[in-house]
Design a protein around this ligand. Structure first.
Ligand code: FNR
Length: 375
């Protein structure tokens, strides 16, 4: 037996299996505005569609007769070894999907030793999540605050809670132009779903003239829009934290090279699941050139459009070191709570393992030798 291999688990009768089933179960379970907030993207949603369609252009040319009876799916990132190359992308306002929000997701992730990246605008605080899952790997995603002392304090809280990396999201200096949310007049922050890290933060609270639910919500909105963000902030953050620093939202090879120049420890190639700039290059199309220029100097992670284990395999074959998923686990949470997320992870990882075997690759670290045809 092999410790790295997730054994197939019993699938509960009627529980969704495919991404399409999970998505439709979530749609059933949620109000239209709430589901739409998760599913939709910016503008005319060209990027959302591109993210999905682009995967179809990349095809695997498998090798056979390779003895794949022993698989190794483990990866080492920033000195930590994880049993699989999968992480859960930072998603704010998870209470929208389930009352237990981040706690449910972090617990399910812990069971499979999949790192959970907690959002700045999470429904529960860093300390609550840390307490609920004390011995699992967690990373913290930062939206830079107008008042940088708030950012530095949140980073300090993540360090003290034992988080393993800081992910600075650089593609959200202002919120994307999201037509469906405008139509529904829908803001999960206004509903109070994104304040877990703010309502208990003394530095943030000290900036409010009067502390009540309205000023907390407005304070958060004012804080996380920060169009002035630039490379000097990256330099400063790097000085302020002993944790590895990852930039999320890189699409241009020159920005990948600048990240290395500024001492960043890793990058995430991402277009935010099509929620920020519409009409932008799909994440998978952006990946190969970035992998080439980075040339293994730092880990290259990837998200936007991964729906199945086989999608992860393609991205790893194109040279990413690990992958993140967003919507698939959020829908699973809405449809089935903590159990739903666990079921999704088991199925996803099983798909990845089966696909590795059938591609003739036994070690995830050797996936980049797999031949990928672009059509
Ligand atoms: C996100 N994403 C996101 N990213 C981030 O850095 N901080 C955040 O708070 C959020 N919040 C968020 C909410 C919702 C509802 C979604 C769907 C996404 C983006 C996320 O981390 C990731 O980049 C995308 O979800 C990846 O694309 P897929 O997997 O959803 O296609």
């Amino acid at each position: 037996s092999n410790d790295n291999v997730v054994q197939s688990i019993d699938i509960e009768e009627d529980s969704p299996i495919s991404f399409e089933e999970i998505e439709s179960a979530a749609k059933q379970a949620m109000s239209t505005p709430a589901f739409s907030y998760i599913a939709s993207g910016a503008g005319g949603e060209e990027t959302v569609r591109n993210n999905a369609d682009a995967f179809k252009k990349y095809s695997i040319t498998p090798r056979l007769l390779n003895d794949v009876s022993k698989l190794d799916t483990s990866v080492t990132i920033f000195g930590q070894t994880y049993p699989t190359p999968l992480l859960l992308a930072p998603v704010g306002v998870l209470k929208l999907a389930d009352e237990q929000g981040d706690l449910a997701v972090a617990r399910a992730a812990a069971k499979y030793k999949v790192p959970f990246i907690q959002s700045t605008v999470s429904s529960y605080s860093i300390e609550d999540v840390a307490q609920a899952t004390s011995d699992s790997s967690k990373w913290f995603q930062l939206y830079w605050s107008t008042n940088e002392e708030i950012s530095f304090n949140m980073v300090k809280r993540a360090e003290e809670a034992g988080y393993k990396a800081i992910v600075l999201t650089i593609d959200t200096i202002t919120l994307g132009y999201r037509e469906k949310d405008m139509r529904h007049r829908f803001s999960p922050l206004a509903l109070g779903y994104g304040q877990g890290n703010f309502e208990s933060d003394p530095v943030f609270l000290s900036t409010l003239e009067k502390v009540n639910s309205r000023t907390i919500v407005q304070g958060i909105i004012d804080n996380i829009n920060y169009p002035a963000l630039n490379w000097e902030h990256v330099k400063e953050l790097k000085k302020r934290t002993s944790l590895p620093l990852v930039l999320k939202g890189i699409l241009h090879p020159e920005d990948a090279l600048l990240a290395i120049e500024y001492g960043v420890d890793g990058i995430i190639v991402s277009n935010h699941g099509g929620r920020q700039l519409d009409g932008v290059i799909s994440s998978i199309d952006a990946l190969p050139e970035i992998v080439k220029v980075v040339d293994s100097q730092i880990p290259v992670l990837f998200d936007s459009g991964i729906r199945r284990g086989i999608d992860a395999l393609k991205v790893l074959a194109l040279g990413a070191d690990a992958v993140l998923v967003g919507r698939p686990y959020v829908y699973s949470l809405a449809a089935g709570g903590e159990k739903g997320v666990g079921q999704f992870l088991a199925n996803f990882l099983q798909d990845l393992q089966t696909s590795m075997m059938l591609s003739g690759v036994k070690d995830v670290k050797e996936l980049r030798q797999l031949k990928i045809a672009r059509v």
